[in-house]
Design a binder for this molecule. Structure first.
Ligand code: CU
Length: 182
């Protein structure tokens, strides 16, 4: 909600800049595509981790893509761990494949346990805690970003300093077991 407000404000600011930039062209200041597309995304990845997978059939990874520029989208992920890497979102208790995840302007795409995540199927090997998995994130506009993702314990949760997910009751219910039990 807050973020939506921020994004709207940012877009308005970008629009204003865009229009000012086009001022020389006279009366046709009207643009039919959003001015935000003219602003380059500025992306930075942080907090990446992969809980140690239980089997070699699948794994999930989480990270945050911070953006101090214009809007972008995470469109695909490639990795040496698997040839089948996809983007998933979580709806209720079910995961859904999505073709892209938005990286809002002046915001962040946050992949987190129980929410959006990167899904690896058919692992080439089973990564162990302490190892690293190399990912390449591909975006609609920004250049690809390579990330070395540390493998953590299967029950690892990042320290967020704030309420969510800290309780042990949370542990099992949002893991990837749903995919295993088919
Ligand atoms: Cu998934």
């Amino acid at each position: 909600m807050n973020r939506r407000t921020l994004t709207a404000t940012a877009l308005a600011a970008v629009c204003a800049l865009g229009l000012a930039g086009c001022g020389g062209s006279g009366t046709s200041a009207k643009s039919d595509k959003p001015a935000a597309t003219t602003r380059a995304p500025q992306l930075k990845v942080s907090g990446a981790y992969m809980p140690q997978p239980v089997t070699d059939k699948m794994a999930g990874a989480f990270l945050t893509v911070e953006n101090t520029g214009g809007a972008d989208k995470l469109t695909s992920v490639t990795s040496d761990l698997s040839d089948d890497v996809s983007l998933h979102t979580t709806k209720g208790n079910a995961m859904e494949h999505v073709s892209s995840l938005p990286v809002p302007a002046d915001g962040a795409l946050k992949l987190a346990s129980g929410g959006d995540h990167i899904m690896f199927m058919g692992l080439k090997h089973k990564p162990a805690e302490g190892q690293k998995v190399t990912l390449e994130l591909h975006f609609a506009k920004a250049d690809a970003i390579t990330v070395q993702v540390p493998v953590k314990s299967a029950t690892y949760r990042p320290a967020t300093g704030g309420g969510h997910g800290a309780g042990s009751g949370d542990m099992d219910h949002m893991d990837h077991s749903g995919h295993a039990r088919k």
